[in-house]
Design a protein around this ligand. Structure first.
Ligand SMILES: [Zn+2]
Length: 105
C-alpha cells in the first residue's frame, strides 16, 4: 500500500526542482502571465498546469506543449473536476431567476 504522506513529499519536492522552476518560468513568460482559461493577467499566484496530468503522462512533465498558465482558481477548478472523473459535468450556470441557463439540464 502506498504511503500517502511519503508520496506527497516526493511530489512537492519535484515541484521545487531546479528543472521545473526553469520550465515553469518559461511557460509563464510564453503565456505572458495570462490564465489560459479565464484570461486574467497577473504575476502573482499563477500556476503552471500540466494539460495531461503528470501522473498519467510523466514523460510530458517538462514538455512546453503540455504546459499552460492558469490562475489559482481555474487550476483548482480543473483539479477538482479531474478528481471527480472524466465524465463529471459542471452544473450549468444559474440564471437570475434561479433556474439553469440553457435547456439541457
Ligand atoms: Zn483563470
Amino acid at each position: 500500500m502506498l504511503n500517502k504522506t511519503k508520496q506527497h513529499q516526493l511530489d512537492s519536492s519535484w515541484y521545487l526542482s531546479k528543472m521545473w522552476r526553469k520550465v515553469r518560468m518559461l511557460v509563464l513568460i510564453r503565456d505572458s502571465n495570462t490564465c489560459k482559461d479565464c484570461g486574467v493577467v497577473s504575476t502573482h499566484n499563477m500556476h503552471v498546469d500540466h494539460i495531461l496530468p503528470r501522473k498519467t503522462h510523466p514523460q510530458l512533465s517538462y514538455a512546453l506543449s503540455n504546459l499552460q498558465t492558469l490562475c489559482a482558481s481555474c487550476h483548482t477548478r480543473k483539479a477538482t473536476s479531474l478528481a471527480r472523473g472524466p465524465n463529471y459535468k459542471e452544473r450549468p450556470k444559474t440564471g437570475l431567476d434561479g433556474f439553469p441557463e440553457g435547456g439541457d439540464w
